[in-house]
Design a binder for this molecule. Sequence first.
Ligand code: ZN
Length: 436
Amino acid sequence: MSFSRSLVAALALCAPGIATAALGSPSHHRPRNVILISLDTLRADRVGAYGHAGGLTPTLDALAARGTRFADASSTSAWTSPAHASLFTGLYPSRLGLVAYRGLESAEVLGEAHTTLAEVLRARGWQTRVLTGGNFVAARLGFGQGFEAYDDWAWRFGEHEKGLQEFLAGRDRGRPFLLFLHGYDAHHPYEAEPDLARRHYGQYGGSYDVARFCREDPPAAGPDLDYVKARYDAAVATADRSLGRLLAMIDADGTLAESLVIAVSDHGEEFYEHGGCDHVDRMYQEVVQVPLLIAGPGVPAGRVVRAPVSLVDVMPTVLDALGLSRLPGDGRSLWPDLGGRRAAERTLLVESGRDDAVLRAVRRLALKLHVGATGRPGPLFDLSRDPGEREDLAGSRPALVQRLLAEVAGRAVAPAERIPLDPGLRERLKALGYIQ
Ligand SMILES: [Zn+2]
């Protein structure tokens, strides 16, 4: 895996061996390793620590209890590739040129010119390893940059156990590591371990084929829609249980306690809350709000940070936590937030779309403006009193709409290489429920 040219420039900003104490750090204890976990398609509202009462996520809830929970975290996109690109680089999708879902024919690549967290840490001596479901975060789409090894054949967390065992057994114990764990467990078609399937939808007596959900008309409704949602819940519970097994393996290896553990999702999922299903095409909170949990050395236990934060903040946070210099980017370090510092007000962006139509959402504190593909303003919501995005305030707050619109006016999508998807990847994506 070649390093980007910009990495050389980026590292020039970091004096060799620099490990300055980050201002506002909550503790002098620094983590040694980094475990970055992405639970694909996990809505924040299905996580117990975020208020769900169904007991779906004991692993994540335990992580929240021993770490800090960010109550208002947004993805940077409504689908997998751009969200992970932001997670890896600290840059918004439009800056990466990686915004649009283009079906199964082609996809934009995370360009070599961009510096990833893995590249920075590998250049500093970290071992870097990925266990991912691949697909739209596949190495061939540029997501392998900086990783010494990139396993992208197994879709679900449960299938990563062998790879994790091999990594833990074979790694150089003299060096710290970055481990990226990613699973599509909660993604359509919502498959679950048998006991969880029985618990969540064993009573369903209908004949709805979940493979049709959001793929074939008419939309699921009534008991069939309840069944689809129950399948999703069971898939979420399966993701959490399987992740728990992986974390137990890391704990048994003796390395969990010295690791910074960050658990996030790349986006949520819609079940017709606003007339749509799946993800990609709408920017409502059921798709945009994601869980963000951070635990490990130096991270306060049981703390909740309520400031709006974004996936672009993860990379600067990790660098800060490790005492490494931050790179220029769209995010900010959340490490001071862990110490209780109140962050300055700022604007957050979400960018998604299909083909060349770019949809956006602009967040300023609790205010959220949807912006259509034409660049025209859509509805405006105040999430502090209307978290379900029901009451459109755009008509009564025209000046505010213009102010938020100005944040994205003229914002172009950077050019990026686009490659055709090979037939093998296309078949995998079809099996995972992706359609044209
Ligand atoms: Zn995804």
